[in-house]
Design a protein around this ligand. Structure first.
Ligand code: SAM
Ligand code: SF4
Length: 443
C-alpha cells in the first residue's frame, strides 16, 4: 500500500507541532513515508500559524516558492492545515492556485479522504467546518523524550489581540479517560515526559460533568506508572488557583515550572487586553507560588506596543519584569490580527516604537535570565537527558525540572534517563556542567 512520500512544514506553537504529529500518523497509516526533500515529495502539507503577521507572511512566501516545483510535477499535492488555513479558508486557493486543499483545525481526521478525492481528480478542496473529528486519530510522535497530549481544544477568553479563539473554536475539554489512555500509551512507547496541552489548561473540565478539574487531572496523571515528568501549557494567571499550586507541590512528577503569560504590566493595558487580572493580582500569585514552592521557575509571554500603550504603560511592564524576576520570557511586538478587537483600536503604536521597546525589554530580561541562571552555579540539578546537543554533538543536553537547558559531557546511553549534573557555568539561555556523584546537594 505504498502511496508515496510526504513532507510537513510546521510553524507555530506546541499545539501546531502536535497537530503535525496527527498528520504524520494519518499519512503513515495511509501508506506514505516521510521525506525532508521537497523534490522527492508527493504530498507537501503546511501546518500553519497565524498568531502574528510575520508567521503568516513567511508561510505564504514558502508556498509561493513551490510554484515552479508544482509546474514541473503536476501530480504533487500541496495542502494547508492549521490556524492560517482555518482563518483564510477559500482565500488560500485564490491567493495560491498551486494549493490543492485547505483543511481546518477541527477537520484533521478528514485528511485520508481528502487525499483519496484529490488522487481521483477532485481539486481545490476546502474543508473547514467547525465540527471536531479529533478523537481516536493515529499519532506519529516526534523523536525525543517528551510526548504532547491535548487536554482541551479551543479557547473562550477572547484576549483583545488574539486570533486563537476564532480559529480554534470554543474551549472543549477532552474526556479524562481519553487523556489518561493517551498518557499511558505514550509511556508504553517509551516517553518519560508528557506535556499536557491546551490554550488555557487551568480551566480543564469546566465543561465536563463530574468533579474533574485541572488540579485533579495533575494529581491523576501523576499516578501513571513509569512516567517520570509531567509538564503543562498554557496557563492563564486569572485561572491559576491555589489548588493547582498545591497539586504541583504535592505531586512527585509534576515539574516546578510555571509558565504564566503576563502580557503587560500596566493595569490600563491589561484591562484593554481583556486579561481579567491586575498587576497586583499577578504579583500575589507569584508570591504564593514562591512561598509554597521555593526554587520554582517562572516564565512568561509579554507583548509590547499594544494599541494605546504609552511610555508610562511600557515602563510598568519593565517594572513587573524587575519585580517578578522571570527566568525567561517570550517577547513579542503587537501584531494586529484582522477580526480581533485590538486590530481596529485607535492609537496603534508605530513600528519603530515597538521595535525600540522590544529591544529595551529584551535587554532587561536577558540580564535577569543570566542572573537567575547564575544562582544555580555550584548546585547539583536533576536533568532529564534529551540526547546529544544540536550545536555540539560531543555534549549531552537535557532539562531541569524547572525547564532550564543544561549541556554536559556524558555517555549517549543516558538519553531518556535522569542524571544529576553539577552546574559549573551559566549563561542567559543555558547552564553548563558535569555529571555529579550521587548524594551531592540538590538545588
Ligand atoms: N493560549 C496561550 C496563551 O494564552 O498564552 C497561547 C496563545 S498565543 C499562541 C502565544 C502568545 O502569543 C501569547 O501569550 C501572546 O503573548 C502572543 N500573541 C498572541 N497574539 C498576538 C498578537 N496579535 N501580537 C503579538 N503577540 C501575540
Ligand atoms: Fe489567545 Fe488569550 Fe486564549 Fe491565550 S487565553 S489563546 S492569548 S485568547
Amino acid at each position: 500500500m505504498v502511496q508515496g512520500k510526504y513532507l510537513l512544514k510546521v510553524a507555530g506553537c506546541q499545539m501546531s507541532f502536535h497537530d503535525a504529529e496527527v498528520l504524520s500518523g494519518l499519512l503513515s497509516r495511509a501508506g506514505y513515508t516521510e521525506t525532508t526533500d521537497p523534490a522527492e515529495a508527493d504530498v507537501i502539507i503546511f501546518q500553519t500559524c497565524c498568531v502574528r503577521e510575520t508567521a503568516e507572511r513567511k508561510i505564504y512566501g514558502q508556498i509561493n516558492e513551490l510554484g515552479r516545483l508544482k509546474r514541473s510535477k503536476p501530480g504533487l499535492i500541496i495542502g494547508m492545515t492549521g490556524c492560517l488555513a482555518q482563518k483564510d479558508k477559500e482565500k488560500v486557493l485564490e491567493r495560491c492556485p498551486q494549493v490543492d486543499f485547505v483543511l481546518g483545525t477541527q477537520r484533521l481526521g478528514d485528511l485520508p479522504e481528502v487525499l483519496a478525492a484529490l488522487r481521483e481528480g477532485s481539486g481545490g478542496i476546502v474543508d473547514v467546518d467547525a465540527v471536531d473529528n479529533l478523537e481516536g486519530l493515529p499519532l506519529k510522535r516526534a523523536d525525543g523524550v517528551r510526548a504532547y497530549v491535548n487536554v482541551s481544544y479551543g479557547c473562550n477568553n477572547f484576549c483583545a489581540y488574539c486570533i486563537v479563539p476564532y480559529v480554534r473554536g470554543p474551549e472543549r475539554s477532552r474526556r479524562p479517560e481519553a487523556v489518561l489512555a493517551e498518557v499511558e500509551e505514550a509511556v508504553r512507547e517509551g516517553y518519560p515526559e508528557v506535556m499536557l496541552l491546551g490554550q488555557n489548561v487551568n480551566t480543564y473540565g469546566r465543561d465536563l460533568d463530574g468533579p474533574v478539574s485541572f488540579s485533579w487531572l495533575l494529581r491523576t496523571v501523576d499516578k501513571v506508572d513509569g512516567l517520570v515528568r509531567v509538564r503543562y501549557t498554557t496557563s492563564h494567571p486569572r485561572d491559576f488557583t491555589e489548588d493547582i499550586i498545591r497539586a504541583v507541590k504535592d505531586t512527585e512528577k509534576v515539574c516546578e515550572h510555571f509558565h504564566l503569560p503576563l502580557q503587560a504590566g500596566s493595569d490600563r493595558t491589561l484591562a484593554r487586553m481583556n486579561r481579567g487580572y491586575t498587576a497586583a493580582q499577578y504579583l500575589k500569585l507569584i508570591e504564593k507560588i514562591r512561598s509554597l514552592i521555593p526554587g520554582a521557575s517562572i516564565t512568561t509571554d509579554l507583548i509590547v506596543g499594544f494599541p494605546g500603550e504609552t511610555e508610562e504603560d511600557f515602563q510598568a511592564t519593565l517594572d513587573m519584569v524587575e519585580k517578578v524576576r522571570f527566568d525567561a520570557a517570550y517577547t513579542f511586538m503587537f501584531s494586529p490580527r484582522e477580526g480581533t478587537a485590538a486590530a481596529t483600536l485607535p492609537e496603534q503604536v508605530p513600528a519603530a516604537t515597538k521595535r525600540e521597546r522590544l529591544s529595551r525589554l529584551n535587554a532587561l530580561q536577558e540580564r535577569i535570565s543570566r542572573e537567575q541562571n547564575e544562582t544555580l552555579v555550584g548546585k547539583t540539578v536533576e536533568v532529564l537527558v534529551e540526547g546529544p546537543s544540536k550545536n555540539n554533538p560531543c555534549m549531552l543536553t537535557g532539562r531541569t525540572r524547572t525547564n532550564k537547558l543544561v549541556h554536559f559531557p556524558g555517555p549517549e546511553d543516558l538519553r531518556g534517563k535522569l542524571a544529576l549534573v553539577h552546574i559549573e557555568r551559566a549563561s542567559t539561555w543555558t547552564l553548563q556542567g558535569v555529571l555529579a556523584d550521587k548524594g551531592k546537594e540538590q538545588a
